[in-house]
Design a protein around this ligand. Structure first.
Ligand SMILES: [Zn+2]
Length: 160
């Protein structure tokens, strides 16, 4: 199978239509193919995914997630130009976190989610690298540097 065919499977997985028996097959490819991981990441970060996932939660949780995401976006818009990376990173972890706990009754689903989380964590390491480079750059700008570093720590503490 080539990557275009795998991307069809990824799309099905994303839509919740991939038969369970095919998931290990897909994950095996994802573990060795950066292009397909990137494709899954893009799907996960798209607004349709956010709607899809939050539809599972109680509406009070929806509002909390949306409010906190909006609040983070508002605060950060005054701080740096790297807002989208932080916001999407945070939002992804929040969604994964809620998804993990909302499905924690089934060990099968837990295992699948861990696989997805591992894939996302791998990609988020790249974001971490960018954040580190940003922080190094911003060490030359004392005020902004302190704020950015604190913000970043808050994000990590809230989601790990
Ligand atoms: Zn591929």
């Amino acid at each position: 199978m080539n990557c275009d065919q795998y991307k069809d499977l990824i799309q099905e997985f994303h839509d919740g239509e991939l038969p369970r028996g095919n998931e290990a097959f897909l994950f095996t490819h994802l573990s060795s193919c950066g292009n397909c991981r990137e494709f899954l990441k893009m799907l996960n970060l798209s607004s349709s995914e956010i709607k899809h996932e939050t539809a599972v939660f109680p509406s009070s949780l929806d509002k909390k997630v949306l409010r906190s995401a909006a609040a983070i976006e508002e605060r950060k818009s005054f701080l740096t130009r790297n807002i989208p990376a932080y916001v999407t990173y945070t939002l992804t972890l929040i969604l994964i976190g809620f998804l993990f706990f909302s499905l924690s009754s089934s060990s099968d689903q837990k295992r699948e989610l861990r696989q997805v989380i591992n894939i996302l964590n791998e990609q988020n390491k790249l974001v971490d690298e960018q954040n580190k480079q940003l922080q190094m750059l911003m060490n030359g700008l004392p005020e902004a540097s302190v704020t950015s570093e604190l913000e970043n720590k808050i994000i990590i503490n809230a989601n790990m």
